[in-house]
Ligand binder design. Sequence first.
Ligand code: HEC
Length: 260
Amino acid sequence: MMDAATRPLTLMFGFLALALMSYGTAFGAAHEEKGVNVGPGEMGIDAVIIDGPPIKADQVQSNEHATYPRGMTCAECHQVDFFDVDLVTSASKQFVNNFPNLSQEEIWQKVVAFLPGRERFAIATVQDDMPTATTVDMVLDVDEKVFYVVSERGTEKLLQLRINPNISAVRFKGWTVADGGAKQWVSVQMKGTAEVIESTDPRFMQLLEKYSLVRISKPRAVRRFDIIKVTPKQIYYFDTTLGKDSYSPYQLWLRDGSDS
Ligand code: HEC
């Protein structure tokens, strides 16, 4: 039973609750309709920003998530906490987590098709926390899923790889905004480990011959070169045209990955 003193107070709370609720609905509706057009991206499609709640980098959008124009990234609408997760869930991984992926075998076949011969890569090696970027030609062994590089002996990258075998490499090709042309941008980015094979190693000559790795005479090659064998642990295959079939433009291949 309410007495005369508490009734006005209850009514007041009632009004307050109503007011808050209607404010909430109005805000919600406006929130859905609005959206700030911030212009086109590389593919010429306008991005429309509707701010969402802060998310962690490893969060996956639900099936009910609103659709948004192609080419937008999660970070355009969400404050994404990339640092407090696992240092692995990068922006590329967000695409992999949130959009359809090809099978591991399909990704591998795309990598193979993109690297048919002796392909120029930029590679990064590390010493004392300091990366060094250089260029090399790599040849893919399709069966072993490893790459071979012939390198001048005594180069900085070889000295570094002997101390720290971790290596990162990228090959990229295609349209830049400035060039115009077909809007396809493809890259193969890998991380893995490297082994330096010296010319005294019995594998050295076999590899030179198998892949026609050098065009100078063998007696010269033996004196001048080491071979680097690169074993990728993971490869990001990036292709802007995958998006048109609603696949993630980033496809992640893992050496120990298998399709479930
Ligand atoms: C165009 C802007 C926009 C983009 C781009 C966007 N979001 Fe959202 N997202 C929203 C908004 C707005 C909400 C809140 C919806 C609501 O409150 O009804 C939301 C909600 C969410 C939620 C919670 C509810 C749900 O549907 O799961 C998650 C998780 C989420 N987003 C993850 C992501 C991820 C991951 C990406 C990138 C792959 C992304 N979002 C891209 C606008 C966006």
